[in-house]
Design a protein around this ligand. Structure first.
Ligand code: NAD
Length: 513
């Protein structure tokens, strides 16, 4: 029996009092209702976490509102220093936190560590950014006037996150929101509540060590009903929500109703176009990792391979051969490539998709199936499957959050493949494998991919924090992380200053008194 060191990791993360999960860094929660966190790795109950009641939520908002008054007047580079210290704590706790991510969510230990590394990277990015929150200056049309714009913090940023990136998505939002002068309230996925408590413990310590108000970072726990406390709350000017398109439509409507802002990071239906000029070896690595990594539970997972007919069989055979080598099992064991799905409902979704694609006329080329027996007791382990399909099938148009890859054939020019790639409701990530410059440029042009992310000669999966991350259409249109994504966490103000003794009116208007 391999000891994966989970208990030790939980201890290092301060998760020893497992029934006292909910916290804002304060310990006054006393709700009887709890959510149970089961590991998809072995089906064990890891802990129960108290959910947030309406009364507790009110206390959280009051604490955050108060903390905002201190935090917004602290110079941005000083706020950056706090984020730097948070990044340092994450460096120290990378292994235990990576392990918890792996055990509670089911992704591989390497991916768990990678997720914590993303948190560290966004902290580094945010520290530099804390000295660069710049606006523009403009020349005024009026003599003796100066005009410029500046960015001010918004207030409370509400973060609602999905189970599949249980820690990184929070940090992409918080690291930027904090340096911008905002305070945050986070509702993690009810499927990964312990990851939330672990992160809250880490930042609470940093805030305490610096004598700063704990309300700068708050945590609330529970299902969508707890999320709704924030989406309906006028005191929360920005809601950043990551999850399914179904959820995004409800959140956008609710927040829109009160004219709040929302930043939406929703589902994808990502494709790789493989042209006759593709490097097949690179294609196979990109496609297989994209389709089976995190058991197909990344928003950027590769769902469709759109392959030119002239190389279709060659690519198909190479991908099928690669699937035969995949090892499925405990994600904490580094010998395995594919871990479990998050829960049995996800397994059902996977089974339904495979049944549906056959009903619609698809042809299974790598059989799926649910694994049972020793090592698979949780019932969440499935075999990555491949089906030949048509882009217009209803099931192909739908994001199935599981390792199901569709092979789709195209003929003629690359425009035909681009049309198929764009011919879905989602618009997150896309890729082309080609050594042909014309094809690559066409794919990236105005008439090319309609996604927020378009890659050449790498897969759809994964992204660096330096670029703005997000997608179009039903993916929600939000951008997080790098580039100028910070601006969404601030309000823009235009200022005009008159340094003369005259009061000329704009547009030459005369108003003689
Ligand atoms: P989900 O939509 O079921 O839940 C996401 C979060 O929203 C949870 O915290 C949930 O409690 C909350 N929620 C659900 N309904 C709500 C409501 N009406 N009001 C307020 N909160 C509500 O998604 P999931 O199963 O956890 O995650 C998988 C989905 O997330 C996939 O579609 C995936 O593509 C998407 N995702 C997108 C990105 C991105 O950046 N685009 C990143 C990660 C995941």
């Amino acid at each position: 029996i391999i000891d994966f060191g989970i208990q030790e990791a939980l201890q290092k993360l301060g998760l020893t009092e497992l029934n006292k999960g909910t916290s804002t860094g304060l310990n006054w929660f006393s709700n009887e209702e709890t959510i149970s966190s089961f590991s998809p790795v072995d089906g064990e109950l890891i802990a129960k976490v108290e959910t947030t009641s309406k009364e507790d939520y009110e206390k959280v908002v009051a604490t955050a509102t108060d903390a905002f008054k201190t935090w917004r007047v602290m110079p941005a580079p000083k706020r950056g220093e706090i984020v730097r210290q948070f990044g340092e704590e994450l460096r120290k706790l990378k292994e235990p936190l990576g392990k918890l991510v792996s055990y509670e969510m089911g992704k591989s230990y390497q991916e768990g560590l990678g997720e914590v590394q993303e948190m560290i990277d966004i902290c580094d990015f945010a520290v530099g950014l804390s000295r660069q929150l710049h606006g523009l200056t403009m020349h005024s049309e009026r003599p003796g006037h100066r005009m410029y714009e500046q960015y001010h913090p918004l207030g409370i940023v509400g973060i609602i996150s999905a189970f599949n990136f249980p820690v990184a998505v929070w940090s992409w939002n918080t690291a930027l929101a904090w340096i911008c002068g905002d305070v945050c309230i986070w509702k993690p996925s009810e499927k990964t509540p312990l990851c939330g408590v672990a992160c809250q413990n880490i930042i609470a310590k940093v805030l305490k060590d610096n004598n700063l108000p704990e309300g700068i970072s708050c945590l609330i726990n529970g299902d969508y009903t707890v999320g709704e406390m924030m989406t309906t709350d006028k005191r929360v000017p920005l809601i950043s929500a990551t999850g399914s398109t179904r959820m995004g439509k409800i959140v956008a409507a609710t927040v829109g109703q009160r004219l709040g802002k929302s930043l939406l990071e929703l589902g994808g239906n990502n494709a790789i176009i493989v042209t006759p000029d593709a490097d097949i070896k690179m294609t196979v690595i990109g496609a297989v990792f994209g389709a089976v990594g995190t058991a197909g539970q990344r928003c950027t997972s590769t769902r469709r391979l759109i392959i030119h007919e002239s190389i279709y069989d060659k690519v198909k055979n190479a991908v099928v051969d690669a699937y035969a080598q995949l090892r499925i099992g405990n994600p904490l064991d580094e010998n395995n490539h594919v871990g479990p799905l998050i829960d049995k409902a996800a397994v059902e979704g996977y089974q339904n998709a495979l049944q549906k694609v056959v009903e619609e006329g698809g042809n299974i080329v790598v059989e799926g199936g649910v694994l049972s027996g020793e090592g698979y007791e949780s019932g969440c382990y499935v075999k990555p499957a491949i089906a030949e399909a048509n882009n217009v099938y209803e099931i192909v148009q739908h994001e199935t959050f599981a390792p199901v890859l569709y092979l789709i054939k195209y003929s003629g020019e690359v425009e035909n493949a681009i049309e198929m790639q764009n011919g879905v409701a989602q618009g997150l990530s896309s890729a082309i494998m080609t050594n042909n410059l014309r094809e690559a440029e066409r794919f990236l042009s105005h008439a090319g991919s309609d996604c927020g992310i378009a890659n050449v000669n790498i897969g759809t999966s994964g992204a660096e924090i330096g670029g703005a991350f997000g997608g179009e259409k039903e993916t929600g249109g939000g951008r997080e992380s790098g580039s100028d994504a910070w601006k969404v966490y601030m309000r823009r103000q235009t200022n005009t200053i008159n340094y003369t003794t005259e009061l000329p009116l704009a547009q030459g208007i005369k108003f003689d008194l």
